[in-house]
Design a protein around this ligand. Sequence first.
Ligand code: AMP
Ligand code: MG
Length: 397
Amino acid sequence: MIPIEEARSYVMDRCAPLAAAATEVADALGLVTAVDVTAKESLPPFANTAMDGFAIRSADLSTIPTRLQIVETIAAGHSPTRALGHGEASRIMTGAPIPLGADAIVMVEKTSVDGDTVSIETQVEPGNHIRPAGDDVVEGDLVFPSGTELSAGHLGLLCSLGLHEIETYPRLRVGVISTGDELVDDGGALAPGQIRDSNRRTLLSLLSGDGFEPVDLGLIADDELAIETALVHGAQQCDAVITSGGVSMGDFDFVKAVLDRVGEMRWMQVAIKPAKPLAFGTIEGTPIFGLPGNPVSSMVSYELFARSGLRSMMGFPQPIRSVIQGVAAHPLARRADGKIHYARVLAKHEEGKTVVYPMSGQGSHMLASMARSNALAVLPDGEGCEAGGRVDVLLLN
Ligand code: AMP
Ligand code: MG
């Protein structure tokens, strides 16, 4: 067995970021920027009012109330046509440009209109309710650096600044293959010995949840030639491929044999439970993750190896999920066996702490307990963790 760090380094060393490319902002949610973004415009682009009200000259308000002459109404999206003289005001709507001569806004609630005059009932400082040009971003500012994961807010900001394309690492296309003679996916009655394929759906879903583009490459029998064809096609079509099954010690575990023959492969026995076997290789440079077949093992192996490697390929500066500190609500018992155990738990936020509740059913085939959990407790080799003890936690969503 090798330590998880060694297995992960081997994977990460072969998962370099893809070449960056120009991406439309509309397609960039969740992608990572490959360049610093600098503002070519200021935001707001012009001084405007933060309130519906009246643009005035603050010096006119030395006594209040003061009656001013209304000279025009300025709506958002329209330019003022009049400069304000002494004793004049313009009715103005939120977002509209400030007219020349005005130096402050009085909100409509502090005024009363009578015909074409307005009575101002409060004194205001110069600049009151005016949003100056460049208040948010000044032309030439670094808006966000290379290596930023683009959120909804970032994309809105790019639109505000008139940027429609941005240099990012491309969204990774990741193929998923299930292997196993026992697997069916047609929804019909099960023949003796058959089970239904679940790994393809979980892996495709994990991929889309993590911002990758999943590609369903189907269900392949335990047939060496069929597996070879699927892997070679998958490697041509996709940026990376994930298989499940066929990487253990069984007589029909062909994935690692094929990977070894048509690519460069390292078969690893990692000192973790679940998900001990991992076949990781490349076919003409395309990473192939041969995950174990047990449904929980495939998900844990995805979390620990595939997700980190794929995120690295997509340019994430921190591809590996950080552990957080939790507290065990009940004992998390285990036996010393030279492995790190990843126990399914339900993590809850309670009184400022992350409290983890162990799930019953920790077998690597027990998908129901995986589905009901939201985190993995990381239990180093030893006797586990007592109730109330501190434990490292990987929050899975
Ligand atoms: P293997 O790694 O191929 O030896 O498979 C280990 C276990 O996981 C066996 O019990 C398989 O039947 C099961 N298994 C493999 N692939 C899948 C899958 N796609 N969906 C559900 N169970 C699977
Ligand atoms: Mg199998």
